[in-house]
Design a binder for this molecule. Structure first.
Ligand SMILES: Cc1cc2nc3c(=O)[nH]c(=O)nc-3n(C[C@H](O)[C@H](O)[C@H](O)COP(=O)(O)OP(=O)(O)OC[C@H]3O[C@@H](n4cnc5c(N)ncnc54)[C@H](O)[C@@H]3O)c2cc1C
Length: 413
């Protein structure tokens, strides 16, 4: 893996270790399981277990040493996701656990970290994130699952849907509405860690998804589910802050894009140098070189921007609002770029690319999902664009005709 110039010696060493693990262990075993015709469900669990056994659970990498983590920061987390992405493997159990555990990692009390985080990083337990509801998708502020205080417990009622691995997770990170009248704007949500086996929780349906990826993605019902106050993250009303901060971890998880892009590049290179048409390897035709250039430009740009984002988070010196806009812009760019990289690889490999030998179309489907999950790209673009218009203008760039018109006059319109 190429190092970024700003990486520490620790990150460089970690990158070498992870690449060796992927090349020597993960890739050969996953290829063997695929050749043996093992189903994707079995392969993702085997791959997840291998990562844990070798100390490469993304959650472990993010966690401080005092809780048993390897404290590699967001850069290490990104390095790991890039390297695993090269296997074009699904490691949903690991990633879902990171997203589910993110709030505990960022805001949990010592007792919560002890009880929930440590078994999660050891891979003894699994977690899911539950935001989406039947009537709530991108409009996450509209969460309806209701939380009401009763003594030193909270009582949850409502529905969540599209919850990945809900049926297998030990803990659900639940965002609930604790103030339906919204007396205080963006202070109406509260976050809870809820053990999945709590009385009143039922898995109502497992969704059948596109592609060959099994995620046990489900609809979950909460009926008079009692949660002790000690399982609340921060305070009542802090749920929005918890959710939006934890989303940064989810958005950085797109580093898998880079790993998958690297494989697409390898596939396209190998194919184009061996496939002969009209008496020449197709790599000598300029249209194939142009497609390779388009693929490579997107790969290089995605890689630089993702590691830049990770570095910003590691340095912790960013204003969260500005950071949110940056992470949204980079998530949109990279997921869109992966779709385009897969299309270029597919056209280079033409008919052979359409066979399932290469997995190019599996990447295409992943890329489509990445454009929806963690905030739909269209909505994130609106956020990014609106954020730019919040900023003041530089009068020097106004055309002469508009100079002298004041901000106040425009605002009156
Ligand atoms: C395989 C899979 C796994 C998932 N896993 C999880 C999980 O583990 N946990 C979880 O909580 N969720 C999960 N989700 C849900 C996912 O996060 C949502 O699908 C996503 O947030 C988008 O919500 P939605 O599908 O309801 O789309 P909607 O919000 O209904 O949007 C539909 C369309 O309308 C557009 N739109 C909506 N509002 C506006 C607006 N104001 N302005 C302009 N355009 C708008 C959107 O861009 C989109 O094109 C998963 C989804 C899938 C498919």
């Amino acid at each position: 893996m190429d190092y970024m110039p700003w990486w520490s010696e620790k990150s460089k060493k970690f990158a070498d270790e992870v690449e060796a693990f992927v090349d020597d262990v993960l890739l050969p075993i996953s290829l063997k399981l695929q050749e043996e015709g093992k189903d994707p469900w079995a392969i993702q669990w085997k791959a997840s277990k291998l990562c844990i056994d070798h100390g490469f659970h993304p959650l472990m990498v993010l966690t401080e040493e005092k809780y048993g983590g390897s404290e590699q920061g967001y850069t290490g987390y990104t390095i790991l996701n890039e390297a695993i992405g090269r296997c074009m493997l699904n490691i949903n159990p690991l990633l879902t656990s990171v997203f589910g555990a993110g709030p505990i990692l960022l805001f949990g009390t010592e007792a919560q970290k002890e009880e929930f985080l440590i078994p999660l990083i050891k891979g003894e337990k699994w977690a899911s994130i539950t935001v989406t509801e039947p009537d709530v998708g991108n409009d996450a502020a509209g969460i309806q699952l209701h939380a009401e205080k009763d003594g030193d417990e909270w009582v949850l009622n409502g529905w969540k849907r599209f919850i990945t691995l809900a049926a297998l997770s030990d803990y659900l990170m639940v965002y609930a509405n604790s103030d339906p009248e919204m007396k205080r704007i963006y202070r109406h949500l509260t976050a809870f860690i809820v053990p999945r086996r709590t009385k009143g929780i039922t898995i109502e349906k497992i969704n059948r998804l596109e592609g060959d990826v099994e995620m046990a993605n489900s609809v979950v019902r909460f009926r008079d589910v009692r949660v002790p106050e000690k399982n609340m993250i921060l305070e009542p009303g802090d749920g929005w802050t918890v959710m939006t901060s934890a989303l940064n971890i989810e958005r950085l998880g797109i580093a898998g894009v880079v790993g998958q892009g690297r494989v697409l590049q390898e596939i396209a290179r190998a194919y184009a140098k061996r496939r002969v048409q009209f008496g020449m390897p197709i790599s000598r035709y300029q249209n194939i070189q142009l497609r390779m250039a388009e693929l490579t430009m997107r790969l290089e740009t995605s890689r630089i921007s993702i590691y830049y984002l990770a570095d910003l988070l590691d340095k912790g010196e960013v204003d969260m609002f500005q950071f949110g806009a940056k992470s949204a812009a980079i998530k949109v760019y990279c997921t869109q770029a992966l779709t385009e990289m897969a299309q270029h690889a597919a056209f280079i490999c033409a008919g052979d690319g359409y066979t399932n030998e290469f997995g190019i179309y599996t990447v295409l489907k992943n890329a489509m999902l990445m454009q929806i999950a963690g905030g739909s790209n269209d909505i994130l673009k609106i956020f990014v664009g609106r954020n730019e218009f919040i900023k003041d203008i530089d009068e020097r760039f106004l055309p002469r005709a508009l100079r002298g018109v004041s901000k106040e006059e425009i605002e009156k319109l």
